[in-house]
Design a protein around this ligand. Structure first.
Ligand SMILES: Cc1cc2nc3c(=O)[nH]c(=O)nc-3n(C[C@H](O)[C@H](O)[C@H](O)COP(=O)(O)OP(=O)(O)OC[C@H]3O[C@@H](n4cnc5c(N)ncnc54)[C@H](O)[C@@H]3O)c2cc1C
Length: 373
């Protein structure tokens, strides 16, 4: 079997590596090996353990998460032995691709243009300005939120948010303040359907917010309101870069289109309540590759549903509930005062390998809400 993976982000690199390790002839086509995906780069410690990511790739490990309510009320969650790992995508993505190459993947810096899909697939791409093509048995589409492959096979598209982010250089007091903490800020004025974030790296921090695409013209206002609320915490930090990128919010139902399988942002595998997409992108890449290895392509949709279906349903429901208005956001934050609720919520983020005890989560939230309503 011969497979082409389009897109060399975390999802594509993970899929390609899994295929090559199984002895399959695998081509990974990435349009720009030097590009840096706009991203907060926050990855929970459990995921880093699962993927065996070496320490040298962490810009920072933070063991405290500041959760700030619309009123300014703040809960500082202590992660104990756990941490959120902060990676710089400019180093993280090349590392994942290099691992895939070590496993036997043939990496091509080329721009995918089109496919001709029948029993076999012809993949057309541009390589050094020339038009090239390869014939393969199946394609994994990992070409991100604006996936060209997905459009060509007529796949369902996920709901897209627009995420805007500033990279700022931290010095002095700001650098010390964010030494061991990241922050999540709630409020309709800074993000009506998600939250604002401060994720520190070694010398810089990424500060961002996101909202559904229709809010595009308000993004500058949300960012300005967010920085105002940061209230001196990043004053004087030099702006290094401003960036914006689509962020899908939740997976499409059907990810398999004949011999084309969609993974990562191309399939919308981002957790709707948190915007977390690196972990789920990598996992979707692995599941799709495993389905190809078994030569049972359709099993990818089934496996995804079996492993992640209930998590995504639960988190979509909680998002509708807690992101309704600022009163509910306030309750969400205050709920984290309760040690049990705090540990439960942080553990869901940090230790995914332990699974989602759905009913006990409902019970914890219910008990906590009773106290805060
Ligand atoms: C501002 C922002 C902040 C975020 N913060 C976080 C966070 O802190 N933690 C987290 O877990 N998630 C975060 N996310 C989400 C996360 O970045 C994505 O979910 C994740 O990158 C998905 O990986 P992927 O491999 O599916 O797609 P991508 O990382 O987007 O990779 C797609 C790849 O395909 C390539 N490509 C595209 N078109 C073509 C083509 N025609 N030919 C060849 N190659 C092509 C691109 O160059 C790219 O390398 C954030 C997203 C945004 C926008």
């Amino acid at each position: 079997m011969k497979i082409a993976v389009i897109g060399g982000g975390p999802a594509g690199a993970a899929a390609a590596m899994t295929l090559a390790k199984a002895g399959i002839e695998t081509y990974l086509i990435e349009k720009d090996l030097k590009s840096e995906k706009p991203c907060g780069g926050g990855i929970p410690c459990g995921a880093l353990r699962e993927f065996d990511i070496p320490d040298r790739l962490f810009e920072r490990k933070v063991s405290k998460v500041g959760i700030i309510a619309p009123s300014g009320y703040e809960v500082l969650a202590d992660l104990g032995d756990g941490y959120v790992g902060m990676v710089d995508r400019a180093r993280f993505d090349p590392y994942l691709r290099e691992r895939a190459v070590q496993a036997g993947v043939i990496l091509i810096e080329g721009v995918f243009t089109s496919i001709e899909q029948s029993e076999k697939i012809i993949v057309n791409f541009k390589y050094g300005g020339r038009a090239e093509s390869i014939e393969v048995d199946a394609v994994i589409a990992a070409d991100g939120a604006n996936s060209t492959v997905a459009k060509q096979v007529g796949a369902e598209r996920p709901q897209l948010y627009l995420a805007v982010q500033e990279k700022v250089h931290l010095t002095g007091e700001s650098k010390r303040f964010y030494e061991d903490r990241c922050e999540i800020w709630y409020g309709a004025g800074i993000s009506p359907n998600l939250y604002g974030w401060v994720f520190p790296k070694a010398d810089f921090a990424t500060i961002g917010t996101a909202a559904p695409y229709g809010h595009g013209r308000f993004m500058d206002d949300y960012m300005a309101a967010f920085k105002k609320r940061l209230n001196g915490r990043i004053d004087g930090a030099k702006l290094l870069k401003k960036e914006a990128h689509p962020l899908p919010m939740g997976p499409i139902k059907k990810k398999v289109y004949g011999n084309v399988l969609l993974v990562g942002d191309a399939a919308g595998t981002v957790m709707p309540i948190s915007g977390e997409g690196i972990y789920y992108g990598i996992m979707s890449g692995k599941l799709a590759a495993e389905a190809l290895i078994k030569r049972d392509f359709a099993s990818y949709d089934r496996e995804w549903k079996r492993v992640y279906g209930s998590q995504f349903r639960l988190m979509t429901l909680l998002r509708q509930w807690f992101y309704k208005d600022d009163k509910w956001r306030e309750r969400l934050v205050r709920m984290h005062e309760d040690k049990d609720a705090q540990e439960r919520s942080m553990s869901l983020w940090l230790n995914k390998e332990k699974g989602y005890p759905i009913y006990s989560i409902y019970w914890t939230i219910f008990k906590s809400l009773i106290r805060h309503i």
